[in-house]
Design a protein. Structure first.
Lengths: 114, 113
C-alpha cells in the first residue's frame, strides 16, 4: 500500500533563517505531489504541485520554493523565513493528474517562525 | 475561480444522533469531483467520502452519506449515529480537471456524550 511521510513534524525557526521540509511517498511511481499550507483557523491553501521530477507549478507567489529531485521526493524550502510563513504544512500525493483521483495527505509539519 | 463555502463554523450533536454539515460551491465547469475530509486533533487530513459530479446517486460510506444537489451546487455531509471519534474539523473540497483541491474553511464538529 502507499504511504506518505513528511518531516520534521515540528519546527521552530527564527525570522530570516532557512527552511527545508521533506516529503517522500512509498508504494507508487510517478505520483503527483503537492504542498499545502493551513494557517490558523483557515482551510488549506495549495502552494505547489509537481507532476514529475523537476516540474514544479506554483499557485501562490511567496517566500517559499519547492523542488522534486527524485520521483517520490518533494521538498519545500525558503532562504529567509518570514513571520507570516508560520503555519501547518501538509504534503500530499495523488496517482494521476485529474479531477477523479483522490489526494492523500501526510501527517503534516508545524512551523513556527519566531 | 472556484470557491467552496462552509457556512457553519461549528456544529454540535449528541452522541448517537445524526448531524448534517453544509457545503456549497461555485463553478462553471461540468466535470468535477467533491470530497469531504476529516481533520482530527492530530491534524492529519483523512478522506471521508467523495462524489463524482456526473453521478446522480449520492455517495455513501458506512455512517457517512452525502446529499449532492448539482443544480443548487450543494454538497452536504450527513453523519448518522454520531460517535465520539467523529469529533474533528470537517472540510469540503472541490477538484476539477486542473490539479489541486479547493477547500472550504471547515466546520468544527463537537460530539456531546
Amino acid at each position: 500500500s502507499q504511504t506518505i511521510h513528511q518531516w520534521p513534524a515540528t519546527l521552530v525557526q527564527p525570522v530570516g533563517s532557512p527552511l527545508s521540509l521533506e516529503c517522500t511517498v512509498e508504494g507508487t511511481s510517478n505520483p503527483n505531489l503537492y504542498w499545502y499550507r493551513q494557517a490558523a483557523g483557515r482551510g488549506l491553501q495549495l502552494l505547489f504541485y509537481s507532476v514529475g521530477i523537476g516540474q514544479i507549478s506554483s499557485e501562490v507567489p511567496q517566500n517559499l520554493s519547492a523542488s522534486r529531485p527524485q520521483d517520490r521526493q518533494f521538498i519545500l524550502s525558503s532562504k529567509k523565513l518570514l513571520l507570516s510563513d508560520s503555519g501547518f504544512y501538509l504534503c500530499a500525493w495523488s496517482v494521476l493528474k485529474g479531477a477523479g483521483n483522490t489526494i492523500y495527505f501526510g501527517e503534516g509539519s508545524w512551523l513556527t517562525v519566531v | 475561480a472556484q470557491t467552496v463555502t462552509q457556512s457553519q463554523p461549528e456544529m454540535s450533536v449528541q452522541e448517537a444522533e445524526t448531524v448534517t454539515l453544509s457545503c456549497t460551491y461555485d463553478t462553471s465547469e461540468s466535470d468535477y469531483y467533491l470530497f469531504w475530509y476529516k481533520q482530527p486533533p492530530s491534524r492529519q487530513m483523512i478522506l471521508v467520502i467523495r462524489q463524482e459530479a456526473y453521478k446522480q446517486q449520492n455517495a455513501t460510506e458506512n455512517r457517512f452519506s452525502v446529499n449532492f444537489q448539482k443544480a443548487a451546487k450543494s454538497f452536504s455531509l450527513k453523519i448518522s449515529d454520531s460517535q465520539l471519534g467523529d469529533a474533528a474539523m470537517y472540510f469540503c473540497a472541490y477538484r476539477s480537471a486542473a490539479d489541486g483541491l479547493t477547500f472550504g474553511k471547515g466546520t468544527h464538529l463537537i460530539i456531546q456524550p
